[in-house]
Structure formats: structure tokens, C-alpha cells
Ligand binder design. Structure first.
Ligand SMILES: NC(=O)c1ccc[n+]([C@@H]2O[C@H](COP(=O)([O-])OP(=O)(O)OC[C@H]3O[C@@H](n4cnc5c(N)ncnc54)[C@H](O)[C@@H]3O)[C@@H](O)[C@H]2O)c1
Ligand SMILES: [Zn+2]
Length: 364
């Protein structure tokens, strides 16, 4: 078992990482000294696999447990789903001391957190992330929210959980493509923050699916990634500065996601392509060595994530997308760029012309 303390001045909490510990969840929550009622929020697929274990563990620890399902997918990450969730909270007379528990990926986590932040002006919130991306990224940092028809995550609140409980064994049922999407963020932490994590990834033969990763490496991937995100967000809880380095690979990544309609290229794949592009810019500016940038790109390849911009897209479309994303100011775009393995800085302004000259369809 590994415990990472999140030392936020007003809302300190713990991240627990323990393989095979799902049935111990109830006892752990008991130690939080919250009320008796817990509403488990999940999607039908995930609840079918893990619902019984979670509910039994909570009941055995003396909790009164209710559940609420939201259909799977980003398409349901909207206010209407939150209204249905409020209805279930009301029907079961949840009180301020009760808790909402998110059992799922980032979509369920973000929505449950937003409902917890707003129901009765804030009730207890517990995260049980089930996707790699949710474990190492979405469940940490306190950002919660839903999409607006005009844009992703436009409605939301900063709201911290009382506990993040991670059982890496649940990843066994995660689809491989979702696993790789989470690995893109893991590689990101290696590049921007944690050289040792990076070296651990380099030492592995393959990273493309869970079956090729030892339990020890998986544990280190999750623990070190969580620690990296905790380090950054505790220094900058409300995104005043440092937190922006977490956007490494996300500038061009977001443009690719929106141009491909958020489907053919998923978030992690877009971030992988974005990291290759940002690495190239860093090398061109003399900030980063070609050798280190190549090492990053080899990790991305080893994970079977894409390194090139999809053939159907051209660079002018990407520059246009950056403009509409308000990332372009006076003809320049702000980037996070690395200067070593485990080192990066935010705030480099790059001209649209420099982006135009990126060799985007060639292998690195
Ligand atoms: N709050 C934050 O700081 C933050 C950070 C990054 C991303 N996000 C948000 O997270 C969301 C993406 O999260 P995601 O990648 O986890 O997507 P997701 O929640 O849609 O999960 C991906 C898919 O995997 C399935 N799944 C998850 N865990 C599983 C398991 N153990 N077994 C079988 N199937 C499983 C889900 O049902 C879903 O179909 C986006 O909405 C994004 O905006 C938030
Ligand atoms: Zn991301």
C-alpha cells in the first residue's frame, strides 16, 4: 500500500494506492468520520463489474449505500445528467455529512465532483478512479465539471475530494486504447517533472498494454504520476502559474482533438502527437537536445501512441484551430517546452510561422 498526502491548507486528503484492495474500501472510508449515507455514482458497464464489491465493502463497514448510473461517455457529461443525479440525492435524503463516491473514469469523476460541490452547497466527495487517466490525472487537483454544448468543461468548480482510492487491479478490464491514452499523460509527467519515472519507462520493453507491464512498474507508474500531479497542484491550487506546465503537449493536442471531432483521435493520442511537436519546437529553439527529444518520442512509439499528425490534417487548419481556441495572441502561441528530462517551463511564445514550418507528417 502506498499513501500520498495532498497537503492543501484548507482541504488536506490522501491518495491511497493499493492493488487488490477494493474490498477494504469501506473500512478506509469509515476512518474519514463522515455520515452514514453514500451514493455511488458510476456508469452501467463499470458498475456491472465492480459495483457489487464496492457496495458490499461499504455495507460491511456500516454504510447505507445507494447507487446512481449515468450512461457511459463524454456525450452524457452535461448538466441534464447532473440534474438526474440531484434527483437521486434528494430521493434518498442525502445530507451534508453524506458522500458521493465516483466509481469510474474521468467523465464520472468530473460529474460526481461537480454534483458534490453544488448539492447542499457541498457534500463529501470520494474518488475511486477506474481508468489510468483518471488515476493519474483527472481524480487529482480538484477540477470538476461538465461540458456546455459550445465547449468542453465550461461549467465547473474547484472542489477537493476527501479521499482518492486507487486499486490498480481494476485496470485489467480497461480497454487497451484507454490504457494507452492514460500512458500519454504518464510520459508527460516523466518529461516535465520526474526523470526517474522517465527512466523506469525507458527500461521497460513494451508499454502498449497492461499485459506487458509488471505489477511493480505499474505501481511505480501510478504512484510517481500521482505524486507529480500532487506536487504541481499543491504549489498552484487554482491555476495561477506553475500548473500550466501540465498542459505540455496539450496545445497542439487540443487543436487535433477538436479538428478530428474528439473521436478518431482520442485525448491521449492527441497529447502524444502534441508532445512530439512541442519537443521539435524545443529542439529548434535550442532549449532541448535532439537526443532527449528522440528518447521522448521512442517512449511514445513503445506505447503504440501516434507521433505524427493524422494525414487528413494540414498545419493551416491547426493554426486556425489554435486561433479559435484563443491560444493565438498577436500571432504567437504560448507553449510549455522541455529543457531536459524532468524539466519544463511554461510561457514560451512561438510565432505562427514557426508552427507553420514544423515537419508534421514526417517521422521523427
Ligand atoms: N478534472 C481533471 O483535472 C481532468 C483531467 C483530465 C481529464 N479530465 C476529464 O476526464 C475525462 C476523460 O476521462 P477518461 O479517459 O477516464 O474517460 P472515461 O471516463 O470516458 O472512461 C473511458 C472509457 O473506459 C471505460 N472504463 C473506465 N474504467 C474502466 C475499467 N476499469 N474497466 C472497464 N472499462 C472502464 C469507461 O466506461 C469509458 O467507456 C474527460 O471528460 C476529461 O475532460 C479531467
Ligand atoms: Zn490531458
Amino acid at each position: 500500500m502506498h499513501s500520498i498526502p495532498v497537503r492543501l491548507p484548507d482541504n488536506p486528503y490522501e491518495i491511497i494506492i493499493a492493488a487488490g484492495s477494493l474490498d477494504l474500501l469501506g473500512e478506509r472510508i469509515k476512518s474519514l468520520k463522515i455520515g452514514k449515507k453514500i451514493l455511488v455514482v458510476s456508469n452501467p458497464q463499470i458498475f456491472a463489474i465492480y459495483g457489487d464489491t464496492v457496495v458490499n465493502s461499504l455495507q460491511n463497514a456500516g454504510f447505507e449505500v445507494f447507487s446512481h448510473a449515468i450512461p457511459a461517455g463524454e456525450d452524457y457529461k452535461h448538466l441534464e445528467s447532473i440534474v438526474h443525479l440531484y434527483d437521486t440525492a434528494l430521493e434518498n435524503y442525502l445530507e451534508r455529512s453524506s458522500a458521493l463516491l465516483a466509481l469510474g473514469g474521468g467523465v464520472i469523476g468530473d460529474m460526481t465532483g461537480f454534483a458534490a460541490a453544488t448539492w447542499l452547497r457541498g457534500i463529501n466527495f470520494i474518488q475511486l478512479p477506474t481508468s489510468l487517466l483518471a488515476m493519474v490525472d483527472a481524480s487529482i487537483g480538484g477540477k470538476t465539471g461538465v461540458n456546455h454544448p459550445k465547449g468542453k468543461n465550461l461549467i465547473g468548480a474547484f472542489y477537493q475530494p476527501k479521499l482518492v482510492y486507487i486499486d490498480p487491479n481494476v485496470l485489467k478490464t480497461l480497454p487497451e486504447r484507454e490504457f494507452r491514452a492514460g500512458m500519454a499523460e504518464v510520459i508527460k509527467y516523466g518529461v516535465i517533472w520526474d526523470e526517474e519515472l522517465f527512466l523506469g519507462l525507458e527500461a521497460a520493453e513494451k508499454l502498449d498494454n497492461l499485459a506487458n507491464i509488471t505489477p511493480e512498474l505499474l505501481n511505480s507508474i501510478i504512484t510517481r504520476s500521482c505524486q507529480a500531479k500532487v506536487d504541481v497542484v499543491t504549489q498552484d491550487e487554482k491555476e495561477a502559474g506553475l500548473r500550466a506546465i501540465l498542459n505540455y503537449g496539450h496545445t497542439i493536442g487540443h487543436a487535433i482533438e477538436s479538428l478530428t471531432g474528439y473521436t478518431s483521435v482520442n485525448h491521449g493520442e492527441a497529447v502524444a502527437i502534441g508532445m512530439v511537436a512541442a519537443g521539435r519546437l524545443a529542439v529548434e529553439l535550442g532549449l532541448w537536445s535532439q537526443a532527449e527529444s528522440d528518447r521522448q518520442n521512442r517512449l511514445i512509439e513503445k506505447t503504440n501512441l501516434p507521433t505524427e499528425i493524422p494525414q487528413g490534417l494540414n498545419i493551416e487548419e491547426i493554426i486556425e484551430a489554435l486561433k479559435s481556441d484563443k491560444k493565438v495572441k498577436d500571432g504567437t502561441v504560448r507553449f510549455v517546452l522541455p529543457s531536459g528530462i524532468g524539466r519544463a517551463k511554461e510561457g514560451y511564445t512561438i510565432s505562427a510561422d514557426k508552427i507553420r514550418n514544423l515537419p508534421i507528417h514526417t517521422k521523427f
